[in-house]
Write a protein that binds this ligand. Structure first.
Ligand code: GDP
Ligand code: MN
Length: 389
């Protein structure tokens, strides 16, 4: 299961992006071409030659079990498979692209995953000779089939240090030797790109005794994105709600929730406290939104634009405790929003702090009463939302 809060601080890559990155770091991957139509898939299969797999490109796992990974013995079959897969929804998401990859003759499916072990403050490498689609099952029913060990920083990771664990996990010295190289590459990638997950499942041992990454999953910590413009460019919209994308474009700190009280607050701490108080008073916040500590009426207008277009929102609660933020600027923003956007949703405004008298009298002239107590404002917003549902 995916936690909403986790997905806000990560960037998940599609398989075709993840495998390209792995290849750049020296891991072997099968030949593949991305396609977004039946025709393109046929051309891709022809180009690759021989049998292929046609694989849905979506961010959720378990594509194989959902029928999103199909074998095709000829370009025509690849076309058919692509048509089928492109008409699917997996995990509620439309499939818009497929990866056509050279089919491998599989002798064994292994698992290699690198993740962060917060308790031990290190990167942990997880290995299993029981990779493939049932790795979760193996982890639960046969934990002894999973080997894991802490990895030193990549600059100190040498192949011989991981070989023993690999031999233990895979039970095959030749496989372990090749996999050792992959683990070192994955660790370098993990560190250099600030990942929170780098996973190859299955890591395939072919009939020709070659090891090759048949699937790839990479999650990047988005707190580190400022260091990696190349990773930031890979941010996939599929992960984010419509309002979140709009907010990101306006430079607002915004998280979509499932309630009906729209929140516009200055400062992340007050925004959190506002959501808490709404919940305590029996209401449900529709979002987290920090309009920032700066004092810019345009930010208020931008924020209203997003809240106004959200059909779930019954009332907008503006909660401002002015420090650097000036009450008159906020008032100007609210009035501008009403004029420019024709804001029709009911709103409750709480305004205290810097320039509050000025802000309040500007709002009063526009027919808006601003409150000074947070609890009272929250209670009225909750009451309005309740009456409207
Ligand atoms: P996931 O279900 O989303 O993890 O998708 P995967 O890419 O891991 O594919 C699921 C399964 O399809 C794998 O575990 C393999 O059993 C199978 N598969 C994928 N690629 C190949 C391939 O090239 N050859 C063969 N024989 N099977 C493959
Ligand atoms: Mn997989």
């Amino acid at each position: 299961m995916q936690l909403r809060s986790t997905r806000r601080t990560t960037i998940k890559l599609y398989e075709f992006q993840a495998r390209d990155l792995l290849a750049r770091y020296g891991c072997a991957i099968p030949r593949g071409i991305i396609a977004s139509s039946e025709k393109e898939a046929i051309a891709a299969a022809r180009e690759i030659g021989g049998s292929v797999f046609v694989k849905a490109q979506v961010l959720s796992g378990g594509r194989g079990k959902a029928g999103g990974v199909k074998f095709a013995a000829s370009p025509e079959e690849a076309g058919k498979a692509a048509r089928a897969v492109l008409s699917m929804r997996i995990g509620g998401v439309e499939v818009n692209r497929v990866l056509v990859v050279q089919a491998l003759q599989i002798k064994q499916e292994y698992y290699i995953g690198l993740t962060i072990d917060r308790g031990a403050r290190c990167v942990r490498c997880i290995l299993s000779a029981e990779g493939g689609m049932d790795i979760e099952f193996a982890a639960r029913k046969m934990p002894e089939k999973i080997v894991s060990f802490p990895l030193p920083l990549y600059s100190q990771t040498q192949r011989f240090k991981v070989t023993e664990a690999l031999v233990n996990a895979f039970g095959d010295a030749v496989a372990a030797d090749q996999a050792g190289e992959a683990v070192v590459s994955m660790n370098r990638l993990f560190n250099e790109k600030d990942c929170s997950l780098v996973e190859i499942n299955p890591y395939v041992l072919t009939k020709e005794d070659r090891l090759i990454a048949a699937d790839a999953k990479i999650v990047v910590d988005d707190n580190a994105l400022y260091k990696h413009p190349d990773m930031a460019a890979l941010r996939n919209d599929e992960e984010f709600g419509r309002d979140e994308l709009a907010a990101a474009a306006e430079g607002l700190s915004f998280v979509e929730l499932d309630g009906d009280i729209g929140c516009m607050v200055n400062g992340a701490g007050l925004a959190m406290a506002t959501m808490d108080l709404i919940t305590i008073c029996g209401g449900r916040p529709a979002n987290f939104l920090d309009v920032g500590g700066s004092s810019n009426p345009q930010k208020v207008v931008d924020a209203f634009k997003i809240l106004q277009s959200n059909k779930n929102i019954k009332v907008v609660l503006v909660n401002i405790f002015g420090g650097i933020t000036r009450g008159d600027d906020i008032a100007r923003g609210i009035i501008l929003a009403r004029q420019e956007l024709g804001v029709t949703k009911p709103m409750v405004v709480r305004l205290t702090g810097t320039s509050e008298e000025q802000g309040r009298s500007m709002l009063a002239e526009a027919g808006i009463t601003a409150q000074s107590e947070m609890a009272a404002a929250v209670q009225s917003a909750v009451a309005i939302a309740r009456a409207a549902s």
